[in-house]
Unconditional design. Sequence first.
Length: 250
Amino acid sequence: MPALQAADTMMIFRMATKQICRQQGYIASFMCRPGLQGSSSNGWHLHQSLVDRSTGENAFMSANSKALMSDLGQHFVGGLLKHANAASVFTTPTINGYKRFRPYSLAPDRAGWGLENRGAMIRLQGGYDDPTTHIENRVGEPAANPYLYMASQLISGLDGVARKLDPGSPRESPYATESPTLPKSLPEAISYLSQSELFSQKMGQQFINFIIKMKQNEINRFLQSVGDRPPEDYLKQVTNWEQREYFELF
C-alpha cells in the first residue's frame, strides 16, 4: 500500500481489533512489552520500498546481479541508519517500548543492516536482481503513531538519498558489531531528537518542541512513580505504572 493508506489501515486495524475483542469480553492490547506472566515483547516491523513514478518499477531493486540493492536503495538505508536515534521518538514513543531492545532477542539493539537477518535493525529481503527487494525496519513498536512512524522513515531515507549516504556493509552478526547503539530509553531518544536539524527542518521546530514537551511530561510521571528505585531496576523490568498507562490505552 502507499504510505498514507497503510497508516490509515493500521489505525483501523488497531481500533477494530480492540472493539471486537471488547464486545466479546476481552481486552486486546498493542502494548510493546506487557507486564503479564508468560508474555514477551512484540514489535512493529515496517516494510518499505520506493517505486519509480514514471515506470512503476521497484527503485530498490538492483539491475546488477552482484549488488544487493540499487544505489538509491542503499542511500535510503543509509539515511534510516543515520537518523535512527532521533527517529526513535516516532518509531518507539513509549517508555515501555525500549525494554524490547535486548541483544540476541530478534529485536535490534544498534543501527545496522543485514541481508535476511532478523537481528539487524534493517533487514533486507530479496536482493540480487530480485523484483521483490524491499527493506524491513524492525525497530518500531505497535503503539507508535503510524503517521509519524512512516513520516520519520520517509524523512530519514530521503535525506540519505539526497546526501548519498553510505550504509556500510551488511552485518552478519548484528549484535557483535561496532554499529551505533540505539537509545536505551525514551529520555535518551528525546535528547537525540532535540539535536536533530533534519527533523526540525522537515517537521517544524514548533512541532518538535510540542512532541518533546509531551514526552517529557510522560517521563516525569513515570519517574514519580518509581521513586528511589535504581535505574537498572526500572529500565529493564516492566513497572505497574507502565501496565496502567499503556495496556488498555494501546
